[in-house]
Write a protein that binds this ligand. Sequence first.
Ligand code: ZN
Length: 268
Amino acid sequence: MPHKTLLVLLDGLNYQVAEHAMGHLQAYVGAGKAALYQLECELPALSRPLYECILTGVAPIDSGIVHNNVTRLSNQRSVFHYASEAGRVTAAAAYHWVSELYNRSPFNAARDRHTVAPHQPIQFGHFYWSDHYPDSHLFADGEDLRLKHEPDFLLIHPMNIDDAGHKHGLDSAQYRNSARGADVILADYLQGWLQAGYQVMVTADHGMNNDRSHNGLLPEERQVPLFVLGDAFSLDPAARPRQTELCGTLCELLGVPHDKPLCRELLK
Ligand SMILES: [Zn+2]
C-alpha cells in the first residue's frame, strides 16, 4: 500500500548526540512507536555528495558528486524522479544545493527560492542559501508545502546543527543545543504528520568532529542516526540499514517503481 513519506535530513547531526539530545524522538522510541538505527555515512563525509547518496542511493565515487563545489545537475535518478514520474506529488524545503542537484543549476535565488514547477522532479520547493537560516523557519517552510500541496514525498532539510558544528565543534554546548532545538521543533510537527498518515524518517548526511569540520573516517564524522516513525515500519532492532538504501526504501514506502537497493528489514 502506498504511503505518504516525509524525510527530515538534519544536516551534520552525529549519532551519539542524536542519541542523547533528541528527547522527543526518543520518547517515541521508548513508547515502541519509533526505532533508532545507526548508519555509517558513505565517503567522503561531505554534504552535497551525501545529499546525492541519500536521495539517489548512489555513493559519491559513483555519482561523481565528489565534493561540495561540484555544481551541476545530478545524472542519477532520485526519489524525486521516481515519485514524480509515478504521478506522485513531490516537495522540498531544503538547502539550495538540493535544487541544484535535481531541478536547475546553478541556483538563481530570485527564480528558484520559491519553486512551483509541476514538470520538474521537485514540484514544489522553498530553498535557502544561508547556513544560519533558522531551523524554525525552515520547518515552517516545509509545513507550508505540506498543507498547501499535500505532497506524497516531502524533504525537510534544516542546516543549523551543521552550522553550529562548524562554528563551535562537536564537543560544544552550541552544537548539542542546536540538536536539542531541532528536536523541540520536531515535537511541534510530528504528531500532525503521523496523524496525516505520513511515514517519517529522520536522518543526517554526516556527523561532525572537534576540528569544526567533517570529511573523513572518524566515527564522529561517519556515524549518523536514522529514526523511523510510522505504521509501515517494522521497528525491528535487527535491521542494519545502509545510507545507500534510503532512496530505495523511500520508494518502497511511496509504492513507486525504482531500481535502487533498499533495506527490506526496515519495513513491515
Ligand atoms: Zn558541514
